[in-house]
Design a binder for this molecule. Structure first.
Ligand SMILES: *Cc1c(COP(=O)(O)O)cnc(C)c1O
Length: 411
């Protein structure tokens, strides 16, 4: 495709207008919406409203008057629409890591005679660390078994309590077959936990049809909830009565304001809550979730796949292969989330040089250049220009400068 053709595509893109709902800095191509989603224009007004009108004027009465207390489940109910769940099955609360701890504990309790937690070797580290820490806290009665993605079905056995996976791999963007793996786990009597961090808001999901058990996911990636936005947690309705989570804080109590001496879990998804919710963050998350709900999910997915294909074609078509840029993502868009990764031995300084030119992606060790395509606000022409910039940076060796090789705390 030529740059002209990209511009034509953008003119006929059915969801192009959504870009106007975001504040994006000038002269920047932002391909990191999979790490921190862009800010919706409506977010600032909402934050002002909550801070100025609600907090400063109405103070503590806002918990009732402005429904602050309902926000975790109200926003959860909206996220439910993006992941094919019932509104009563999702809460927006805590971080993904903390939610994973809660659902993993609950799932292990539901399979008390089984010892194995099965996951993928390349899973996101916080998921593995959380399983490690929980296993230790439970007295090392369980073991975490890690296998390569293609070995997962064969590794599910009658000692497997939980199959815990991330739907879209954070490095490669490879997509698991959520429905088939859930069915395989169930056939062996195991439960599933899906981490939807890189899926929610970019890949249409149907947890109900897949018969999923538990899921967690991120609010600050494709949901555009802002830095450190609350995460979400899904518990299938059929498991909620049995769902016993270990962080038994007062807001998960059946009657928080009865101030009883001992814990009684709330009915339903409310028992997934723990402490006082961060209202400013939840308000921003609600605006972010609304920004995604405003677009047709299938149109988002179609555009996301097209943008990924375009990037691969543009990089390879301009000689990426001769420049030692190796595709690290599935070539087939139906097996890919909303990102494309290339490997290069000098990946870190190449990404820094790209960022210096206003093309923002990120780097994941050891050699992954990662480009996320948030279909709500990325245009075809942005993808074309980013590919051209990548080729130019590698070809000209513009990356080969000391300032691009110094590692920052966040890569
Ligand atoms: C981004 C991400 C997380 C983030 O977890 P936090 O607790 O919100 O920091 C978790 N899991 C996966 C797979 C991620 O990509």
């Amino acid at each position: 495709m030529t740059r002209e053709e990209c511009l034509t595509r953008d003119r006929v893109d059915p969801i192009a207008a959504h870009r106007g709902n975001f504040t994006l800095p000038p002269n920047t191509i932002y391909l990191d919406g999979n790490s921190l989603g862009a800010m919706p224009k409506a977010t600032m007004a909402r934050l002002e409203e909550v801070a100025r009108r609600q907090w400063s004027a109405d103070l503590i009465t806002s918990w009732n008057r402005h429904g602050w207390i309902d926000l975790p489940l109200r926003v959860g109910g909206k996220i439910a629409r993006l992941i094919g769940a019932e509104a009563t099955e999702v809460a927006a609360t805590d971080s993904t890591s903390v939610n994973l701890f809660k659902v993993l504990y609950a799932a292990l309790e539901m399979r008390p005679t089984r010892r194995k937690i099965l996951s993928e070797r390349g899973n996101f580290p916080t998921d593995l660390y959380t399983a490690e820490g929980l296993t230790k806290a439970l007295g090392n009665r369980h073991r975490l078994e890690l296998v390569e993605a293609d070995k997962l079905p064969a590794a599910i056995d009658d000692d497997t309590a939980v199959v815990m996976l991330t739907h879209v791999n954070y490095r490669s963007g490879a997509l698991h077959d959520l429905k088939a793996l859930t069915a395989a786990a169930h056939d062996a009597g195991a439960l599933t936990i899906w981490d939807l961090a890189h899926s929610a808001g970019a890949v249409p999901l149907d947890l109900t049809r897949a018969n999923a058990d538990f899921a967690v996911g991120c609010g600050y990636k494709y949901l555009n909830g802002g830095p450190g936005a609350p995460a979400f947690l899904y518990v299938a309705g059929r498991h909620q009565a049995e769902f016993v989570q270990p962080l038994t804080g007062w807001l998960g109590h059946a009657a928080p304001f009865a101030f009883e001496t001992s814990y009684r879990p709330a009915p339903g998804i409310a028992r997934a809550l723990c402490g006082t919710p961060p209202i400013l963050s939840l308000a921003a998350l609600e605006v972010g979730v609304d920004s995604v709900l405003a677009a047709d999910a299938q149109a988002l997915r179609a555009k996301s796949m097209a943008l990924g294909d375009l990037f691969i074609d543009a990089v390879e078509g301009q000689g990426g292969d001769q420049l030692a840029l190796r595709l690290a993502s599935p070539r087939d868009a139906t097996h890919r989330g909303s990102q494309v990764s290339f490997r290069h031995a000098e990946g870190y300084p190449i990404m820094q040089a790209l960022i210096a030119r206003g093309v923002i992606g990120d780097f994941r060790t050891p050699d992954i250049l990662r480009f996320g395509f948030a279909p709500l606000y990325i245009r075809h022409v942005d993808v074309w220009d980013a590919a051209a910039a990548l080729i130019d940076v590698v070809k000209s060796r513009a990356w080969d400068r000391p300032e691009f090789k110094r590692r920052a705390a966040v890569t």
